[in-house]
Structure formats: structure tokens, C-alpha cells
Design a protein around this ligand. Structure first.
Ligand SMILES: Cc1cc2nc3c(=O)[nH]c(=O)nc-3n(C[C@H](O)[C@H](O)[C@H](O)COP(=O)(O)OP(=O)(O)OC[C@H]3O[C@@H](n4cnc5c(N)ncnc54)[C@H](O)[C@@H]3O)c2cc1C
Length: 482
């Protein structure tokens, strides 16, 4: 029987079972997209012995990991923190030698700008709903009727969870409308810039879906996260430090990083995949990791896999705008803003402001100097008002909402706006099925082309690292045989 071995390269078979493989030619793999997903996939591919070329259309790497300078201070306008309950982000940070730059988020109040004014986000309230009853009831967000309804959760019959449903509908059935509109919407809906009545229970909140499958009361089953240490950390110098250090490692290990080269089309050619960039042919590869927005992936695969492209085109993404605001330090002492790490705004309030993070309360390294720093954001799926405003007007409007909510009585002394068009993936009901269809079509039409990143496996650095590892392993297995 022939044997084979694989160390990230083409396998050379031997007819003699006792002999070692004679020769291994590295697989040439293209990674398209240099956000955290593409960069992490490239790192894993290099580790498995592949020869890697990474393309990014933008002049800079990092995608949604990006900082701007405001009042002489670097402020992240994309991802600003990492969730430590998942092991991936901190493991990567350590591997890249950035452990000494990790700083934990200060504990602090998250305010909800409710119909009744600013209220504290109840202890134990997570993006996937409440884990504790009493803090939710005592938060003064719910009406007496809403409290009675929420308190009865344990008595609500469970339902068949085999069908995907909207996470908002699921939680409304268990806790009532007020919990969803007043708490789940600003927290989970805010994180995804989405509509909780469209986001998928299975894909947007897999941990909640797992609980639902056990068909018990959520409050009786769930335990708030115990344990030491902050749940969120960031990097001194900004999250883009992760990008520059990753890029350095990739280059050191031999990756070819082609920044400013947008790929336009994929084509199947004699068992390989040929890439075409905006400037012409961009090479032929044994395998490809597609770590680009779904609309881009649809465009790239359109000619070779019309079905995959059609499904990928259905994966929606919301546009958001972030304003990095610097206020004179005196503001820190005169407003409710100073007493919390941020403000979340329920969508039914109709405000432009979706959320604001008070960086100088949340992170010790943003707490020094003459200013305090705030990140204010606008934009949700189907709320494109921010895109109709120029930057100055957007800043004025976001500041006005923030001032009304918190009593802030000074104007920002500096502001920078960054816009993220069609960036926040909407993992809507049925997402897992759509993704499976697209992946099946790709496997048939473009074998060895894998999807990685937030549009497919969910937003957040931890999810992106998992997705990147899976895509890299799919196109270049590190174990025996393909
Ligand atoms: C405002 C905001 C705040 C966030 N906050 C957090 C947070 O605090 N914590 C957290 O964990 N997550 C956060 N996220 C989510 C997180 O940043 C993303 O989920 C993650 O960075 C997505 O990485 P990605 O590599 O999948 O995609 P992207 O970062 O979008 O990368 C895609 C890359 O593809 C490139 N590209 C596009 N078209 C082409 C083409 N034709 N050819 C070649 N390249 C192309 C783009 O230039 C880009 O670099 C936030 C996101 C935003 C927008």
C-alpha cells in the first residue's frame, strides 16, 4: 500500500511502506485579506510549512484593528479590547512577546440610557442575556409589570431549540419584551450593530443556544462567570500593535506581504487557484484563505462558484462610524460620564448615539494628561443616518446626545471620525445554514479555498483567531495526508 506524509507541502508518495517520504514541496498558499483573521491564518500556515503570500487591498494591514491620533493621543477606532475568557487572544499576545503591554479594563459602571434616565447595567447581565435575577430586577430599568414578567422566567415552558431563531425573540419569550428592548438590545445589539430580532441565536450567541438546547430555565442553569482577573484587556500602544508585531513575525518567517494589492477574481486552473488583482495576474496557488468581507468574497468567487457567491452576497453587514473625542480633563469631574466606563443606548430611543466608551475611566493608560478620551459610535443595520452627515455634524450630534445623557457641559477640544462601511457582520437567523451552503459550493467549485473571519464565524478577535486556525488547518493539514 502506498504511504504518504505531509508537513505543509505536497506529499510525495512512496510505494514502500517502510520508507520515509522522499521530498516535500511547500504548498503555495495565498491569504487574501490582512485583517487579524488573514494575519493569524498566515501565521498558522507558515508554521505548517506552507509558502505564504498575503494580499491586502488597503495601504495598511490590520483591517478593523486601527487607531487614530486625537489630541496627540492614539485611540483605537476599531477593536479596542480582547475577551480573556477565550484563550486565543492572550496566547497570541504572549507568543508575539507583547505580554508586558497587556492592561486589564478597570471595573466600572456601564450606563444604559433608558427611558427613565441613566441606569446601571445590572451585574451578571451579559450580551447573551441575564445570569442573575435580582440585579436585573433592582436596576430600575424595568417597569413593575416588566419585573414580574422577567421574574417568571423559570415558569416559562421551554421550546424545541433545534430550529434557529432570533436571539431577541428567544429571550423575549423567556424574560419579556422590556428585558430585550431595555437591556439585550443595547448590549448585544450594540456589539453587533444589529437588530436582536434578526440576529441568530445559534450563530450570534452559541453559548445561549447550547443552554436553550438543554431545555431548562436559563436563570436556573446559568452561572455568572466566576474567577479572578479582568474579562477584557487591551494593549498599551493600541490594538494595532498586535498587527505590526504579527506582520514583523510573518516577514521574518518568509511570508510575502503584498499590501495595497486588491484581489479581484479567483479562477480554477489545472487543480490550482489563479488570482487576478486590480493590476493583473497575481499568481497561482495550491490553496487560498479568503479573509475578506463577505461581499468581497462573493465578488472574487462569482465567476468560479456562482452558488457560493450568491449565498455570500446574502450575508449582510452594518456600517458604523466611530468618533474619537478628546475633552478637557475638567469634564471628567462634572459629568456622570466620569463615574462609568461607558453608556449604551437602546435602539428604540431613536438616538444617533449607539454607544460611548469612556476610555480614560476604562483604561489606566488613557487616564493621564490634559484630556479625557471618549469613543462614541453610531450606525446599526438599517440605521444609516450617520452616513448622511458630514464628519463635523456627526461629531456635534454625537456630542449632543452624550451631553444630554450624562450632563457633560464642555465641548470636545479635538475629534476624529473613522467610518467603517458595511463592516459589522450580521449573523442573522439561518446564518449557519447559509454558510454551510457556501462552503459546500466552494468545496466543489474551488477546492482548497477556505473562508476565514468575522463575516463567517462571528465578530471579535477571539472568534477570528479560531476561524483563522480552522481555515489554515483545512487547506494545509498539519497531520498526515490531505
Ligand atoms: C468599531 C468596531 C469596534 C470593535 N470592537 C471590538 C472589540 O473591542 N473587541 C473585539 O474583539 N472585536 C471588536 N470588533 C470586531 C473586530 O475588530 C473584528 O471582528 C475583526 O477585527 C475582524 O477581522 P477580520 O480579519 O475578519 O476582518 P477585517 O479586519 O475587516 O479584515 C478584512 C481585510 O480584507 C481586506 N480586503 C478587502 N477587500 C480586499 C480585496 N479585494 N483584496 C485583498 N484584501 C481585501 C481589507 O482591507 C481588510 O484589511 C470591533 C469592530 C469595529 C468595526
Amino acid at each position: 500500500m502506498p504511504t504518504s506524509a505531509h508537513v505543509g507541502g505536497e506529499v510525495v508518495r512512496s510505494e514502500d511502506p517502510s520508507s520515509e517520504p522522499q521530498r516535500t514541496v511547500p504548498r503555495r498558499v495565498a491569504v487574501i485579506g490582512g485583517g487579524i483573521s488573514g494575519l493569524a491564518a498566515a501565521k498558522d500556515l507558515l508554521a505548517s510549512g506552507a509558502a505564504v503570500t498575503l494580499f491586502d487591498a488597503d495601504a495598511r494591514l490590520g483591517g478593523q484593528l486601527h487607531a487614530v491620533e486625537v489630541a496627540g493621543h492614539q485611540v483605537d477606532v476599531g477593536a479596542e479590547s480582547m475577551f480573556t475568557a477565550a484563550p486565543g487572544p492572550l496566547a497570541l499576545v504572549e507568543e508575539l512577546g507583547l505580554g508586558d503591554r497587556v492592561v486589564g479594563a478597570n471595573a466600572g459602571t456601564t450606563w444604559i440610557w433608558s427611558d427613565r434616565g441613566l441606569r446601571r447595567l445590572p451585574d451578571g447581565f451579559t450580551p447573551a442575556g441575564p445570569t442573575r435575577l435580582w440585579p436585573m430586577l433592582s436596576a430600575r430599568v424595568l417597569s413593575p409589570r416588566g419585573m414580574v414578567r422577567a421574574a417568571g422566567e423559570a415558569l416559562v415552558p421551554t421550546t424545541d431549540a433545534t430550529q434557529d431563531v432570533a436571539v431577541g425573540d428567544f429571550l423575549q419569550r423567556r424574560f419579556g419584551r422590556e428585558v430585550v428592548d431595555g437591556l439585550v438590545d443595547p448590549l448585544l445589539g450594540g456589539l453587533h450593530a444589529g437588530d436582536v430580532r434578526r440576529l441568530s441565536l445559534r450563530s450570534a450567541t452559541p453559548q445561549l443556544a447550547a443552554l436553550a438546547a438543554r431545555r431548562r430555565s436559563l436563570l436556573l442553569r446559568r452561572r455568572p462567570r466566576a474567577g479572578a482577573g479582568p474579562v477584557f484587556v487591551t494593549l498599551i500602544g493600541g490594538m494595532h500593535t498586535l498587527v505590526s508585531r504579527l506582520a514583523e513575525h510573518l516577514e521574518r518567517d518568509g511570508a510575502d506581504l503584498q499590501v495595497g494589492t486588491g484581489i479581484e477574481r479567483l479562477e480554477r486552473d489545472s487543480g490550482r487557484t489563479r488570482l487576478h488583482s486590480d493590476a493583473g495576474p497575481a499568481g497561482s496557488f495550491d490553496a487560498v484563505v479568503l479573509a475578506v468581507p463577505a461581499a468581497v468574497a462573493a465578488r472574487l468567487t462569482g465567476a468560479a462558484s456562482p452558488l457560493a457567491a450568491e449565498v455570500l452576497r446574502q450575508l449582510r453587514a452594518a456600517s458604523v462610524a466611530v468618533a474619537a473625542l478628546a475633552y478637557p480633563r475638567s469634564a471628567a469631574t462634572t459629568s456622570t460620564l466620569a463615574t462609568g466606563t461607558g453608556v449604551l443606548v437602546p435602539s428604540h430611543r431613536g438616538r444617533l448615539l449607539k454607544a460611548a466608551t469612556h476610555l480614560s475611566t476604562k483604561w489606566a493608560h488613557h487616564a493621564e494628561g490634559d484630556h479625557v478620551y471618549v469613543r462614541a459610535s453610531a450606525g446599526r443595520a438599517d440605521d444609516t443616518r450617520a452616513w448622511e452627515l458630514d464628519d463635523d455634524t456627526l461629531v456635534d450630534r454625537l456630542h449632543a446626545d452624550l451631553a444630554e445623557a450624562t450632563g457633560l457641559d464642555v465641548e470636545p477640544s479635538a475629534a476624529r471620525v473613522h467610518r467603517w462601511p458595511a463592516t459589522m457582520p450580521q449573523l442573522e437567523v439561518g446564518h449557519a445554514g447559509r454558510l454551510a451552503t457556501a462552503e459546500r459550493a466552494l468545496a466543489q467549485d474551488l477546492p482548497n479555498v477556505a473562508l476565514a473571519g468575522a463575516p463567517y464565524h462571528g465578530p471579535g478577535i477571539a472568534a477570528c483567531l479560531r476561524s483563522a486556525a480552522a481555515a489554515a488547518a483545512a487547506v494545509v493539514p498539519t497531520t498526515q495526508e490531505r
